[in-house]
Design a protein around this ligand. Structure first.
Ligand SMILES: *Cc1c(COP(=O)(O)O)cnc(C)c1O
Length: 448
């Protein structure tokens, strides 16, 4: 045992080794110490009888070093046809927009500075005018994400007070964000009304009492109901709340402005009913950065700003600046440049053209059998679950590789595809033409 311990290389010798010449010495030292300690322990516990040779130890240290220093977040090509996926970072941005905001991030800026007065300003102010012009509302506030917006609103107005909500809207969003638990955790008392499938206006009416502060509506987001289903329109809830001096609040979740062809009311339509408060996500159908956007009545927004919780959930400057660009795009009618909107609204002929172009590249490879097929893409991100967006995909079969192995191999090369029966599908909706060459190179490497 003593012999084995003595035969371990010394730390100084390791650091001097040519293998580590251009690497950060501090980090190499930390990893080497840990590696040697592990080996010592294993020897002492008789788990290994023979010390690995020095070269193996060096390689182990180097492998560990490379693992730590290579960025773990990598770009992916999304060939699943699902436009918004929390797993893939939800919305993506166009390069011109990022170029435009670069000076704001590589320089100081007036994030919380009033230039005229020369004193502290407010970060939310930069977006208020834009959002109010877009929705024709009184005031607005931006927080970290929509989950935080829900918590802030409940905590501000309904601490130990009742919030009326339909049993058909007790939603669980991905990642175990459950509306009932969130209301409770924010200090509110949930007053459920109606049934899973049907809730009537009189259910809300009957539930109102002296401890009620709010009538809430939550968008069902990631599920849809069919059959005997009934819910109350937001307009009617808003009216009921106002006649009873209550707050009406609509958590729209994945709201869209007005640019997606679907049977749900857009945010612009909801805004027309003059709601007390509305909140929605920045990085779902809106196509922006992670954020929670709140708009509505000025006095209510002012109360939200007084809540100390706001400091803990405030939006950071990068997201705020990105969001400013996104809202400006909508306000000025340039929303077709927002990638999420562009991908969702891509014309069928354009998708076919893209599919043909990709197939032209892939059919050159003799190990592949390819075919263009029609598919259904999805909006994803807990939005529009009942809606299919017709699209095209390249269906691929490799003459040697099993579908599962090909699927994994593509993932390891940065392409997430769909496996369908015994084939791989590359839905072209979310693939940018600029990535076709890269996809070709990966398949070329599978040739024999
Ligand atoms: C997605 C969603 C949320 C959470 O929004 P994040 O921006 O992901 O925090 C809350 N409520 C509803 C209805 C949603 O769809």
């Amino acid at each position: 045992m003593q012999e084995s311990l003595r035969s371990l290389p010394k730390i100084d010798k390791i650091l001097e080794n040519k293998e580590f010449e251009n690497l950060n010495k501090n980090l190499v030292k930390k990893i080497a110490q840990k590696t040697l300690q592990n080996l010592r322990n294993q020897i002492l516990e008789n788990k290994i009888t023979q010390t690995p040779n020095t070269n193996d130890i060096l390689q182990e240290i180097k492998k560990h070093y490379n693992h730590i220093v290579s960025p773990s977040i990598k770009p992916l090509i999304n060939a699943t046809g699902v436009v918004l996926q929390t797993n893939f970072g939800r919305s993506i941005f166009n390069e011109e927009m990022l170029d435009k905001i670069k000076p704001l991030l590589t320089n100081y800026n007036n994030l919380e500075y009033d230039i005229t007065e020369g004193k502290r300003g407010e970060r939310y102010q930069h977006l208020t005018d834009i959002i109010c012009a877009l929705f024709d509302c009184e005031d607005a506030l931006i927080v970290n994400n929509n989950a935080a917006a829900v918590m802030l609103i409940i905590n501000t107005f309904s601490k130990n007070k009742e919030v009326i909500l339909s049993r058909g809207e007790l939603v669980e969003i991905g990642g175990s964000f459950r509306i009932p638990e969130v209301i409770t955790q924010s200090g509110g008392i949930l007053r459920e009304v109606g049934s899973t499938n049907k809730t009537h206006l009189k259910d809300y009416q009957n539930a109102i009492n002296e401890n009620t502060t709010m009538i809430m509506k939550v968008h069902q987001s990631n599920f849809a109901q069919i059959g005997f289903v009934q819910s109350v329109d937001y307009q009617d809830l808003s009216h009921l709340a106002k006649t009873n001096n209550l707050i009406d609040y609509y958590d729209v979740g994945s709201g869209y402005i007005d640019d997606i062809n679907c049977d749900e009311p857009s945010l612009l339509e909801i805004a027309k009913t003059k709601p007390s408060l509305v909140s929605f996500s920045g990085d779902k159908l809106l196509g922006g950065p992670q954020a929670g956007i709140i708009f509505g009545k000025k006095d209510l927004i002012q109360s939200l700003k007084q809540n100390h919780l706001l400091r803990a959930i405030r939006i950071d400057k990068i997201n705020l600046i990105l969001l400013q660009e996104i809202f400006l795009a909508y306000l000025l009618g340039n929303q077709s440049q927002i990638p999420t909107i562009k991908m969702l609204n891509q014309p069928f002929e354009e998708l076919l053209h893209k599919a043909q172009e990709l197939q032209n590249i892939l059919e050159k490879y003799s190990s592949l059998r390819t075919k263009i097929i029609t598919t259904e893409s999805k909006a994803g991100g807990g939005s529009l679950p009942h809606l299919d967006f017709p699209s095209y995909a390249i269906q691929i079969k490799h003459n040697k590789l099993h579908t599962q192995d090909l699927h994994l191999l593509l993932r390891k090369n940065g392409i997430v595809a769909r496996a369908f029966q015994d084939t791989i599908l590359l839905d072209v909706r979310c693939i940018d033409i600029k990535h076709f060459k890269q996809i070709g190179i990966i398949f070329e490497s599978l040739e024999e």
